[in-house]
Design a protein around this ligand. Structure first.
Ligand SMILES: CSC[C@@H](O)[C@@H](O)C(=O)COP(=O)(O)O
Length: 362
């Protein structure tokens, strides 16, 4: 198996962030060398780096890039700068809670160490960013292990958008069981979509799974119903940008439609969600801010117009799948189903939970 490309890397020697420019995949594998907080913000905004955990990691490193010059600031000035720079980064994209989660985690860590000097505090911010990235790989692997208990060798699984290795430190969230199934010698037949608005399924998921030697078939979004009707899909698994406290799930536009289709075909619909994507402060899906992006994403493909000039557009990047359509939420701490409000809250109360109702979830 080819080692998947690392979408986010910290270059210790040159003190810079290296990102794969995901807008250029699959035709070009190009790297961006990020040295300022503004470049970090722009890379997130423009989807050069995307996927909720990868956005969180980029923001974490971006925060360091935005404060590293302040070696001579007073402790108070540095804390003020951290707060301002974190707010700036948080404004880059509104839906993925991982962004805010990573920034808040760093702020909490930094502000809880009043004894250290400004230069030490700056290093602490970088260390925390690196820790977030390292932990993410384990988190994804653990999600994959739990998800695999729901799958069997030989099944067909549909995934939407890219919740893959490119969206995380490694393995992906929704794709983690595919990588782990491959390690076990299983053949899971993956179907990938999101062929509009920004083709994350075809450009990214199809690319990374093919590179890894995983059995992947690309379909257009409007083929999902037909493929389900043929009996080729035994499960749907998607990632998420934010899960509300009641289990409603925000993910790439088109996810809700797949959940409705899965229900109609009696196919389980799973959401792979690290705890960093679960937002207990947002009560329900209707409260999740949904990003609307430029209409050019749908009037053009690779800068070629595919719609009449001047046409009105509506281009929400995400939709919300109500929790009643979600068969289970798979986290690194276990599988939650049924009463999401209670189950999700319990995940945060007891960090030693290994699995929740894992047997019933089979
Ligand atoms: C593990 S990534 C989870 C989500 O961020 C992913 O499924 C998704 O919807 C990404 O949308 P995108 O518009 O590409 O940022």
């Amino acid at each position: 198996m080819t080692q998947p490309l690392a979408s986010v890397q910290w270059d210790k020697e040159l003190d810079q962030l290296i990102l794969i420019d995901q807008t250029r995949l699959p035709r070009h594998i190009e790297y961006l060398f990020i040295r300022t907080i503004e470049e970090s913000w722009e890379a997130i905004k423009s989807l050069q780096v995307r996927g909720a955990p990868a956005i969180g990691m980029t923001a974490a490193y971006g925060l360091y890039l935005g404060i590293r010059h302040a070696q001579n600031a007073s402790r108070r000035e540095l804390e003020q700068l951290i707060t301002e720079q974190a707010s700036y980064l948080a404004s880059s994209r509104p839906t993925a809670i991982n962004l805010v989660w990573a920034l808040e985690r760093i702020k909490t860590k930094a502000f809880n160490h009043p004894e250290i000097s400004p230069p030490e505090l700056i290093q602490l911010v970088l260390e925390e960013a690196r820790l977030i990235q390292q932990e993410d790989e384990n988190v994804c692997r653990s999600i994959g292990e739990h998800a695999l208990t729901l799958f069997e060798d030989g099944i067909g699984v549909l995934t939407h958008c890219n919740a893959g290795s490119l969206a995380t430190a490694r393995y992906g969230t929704a794709t983690a069981p595919f990588y782990l199934a491959q390690e076990k010698g299983w053949n899971i037949k993956v179907y990938a979509d999101e062929t509009r608005p920004v083709l994350q399924g075809s450009r990214l998921t199809a690319f990374e799974l093919q590179q890894a030697g995983i059995d992947v078939t690309l379909i257009c979004d409007n083929m999902a119903a037909s493929v389900m009707q043929k009996g080729w899909i035994q499960a749907v698994i998607v990632g998420t940008d934010r899960v509300a406290a009641n289990g409603d799930v925000a993910n790439k536009i088109g996810t809700y439609g797949l959940a409705v289709l899965a229900k109609a075909h009696n196919i389980p619909f799973y959401v792979a969600a690290p705890l960093s994507s679960i937002d207990l402060n947002t009560e329900q899906g209707a409260d999740i801010p949904i990003e609307e992006r430029e209409g050019t994403e749908i009037t053009h493909i690779s800068e070629i117009p595919v719609a009449p000039a001047g046409i009105q557009t509506f281009n929400p990047a995400f939709d919300v799948t109500p929790s009643h359509l979600v068969t289970a939420i798979i986290t690194e701490k276990g599988i939650v189903r049924g009463n999401y409000k209670q189950g999700l809250a319990e995940l945060f109360q007891n960090h030693n939970i290994v699995e929740l109702q894992i047997n019933e979830a089979k």
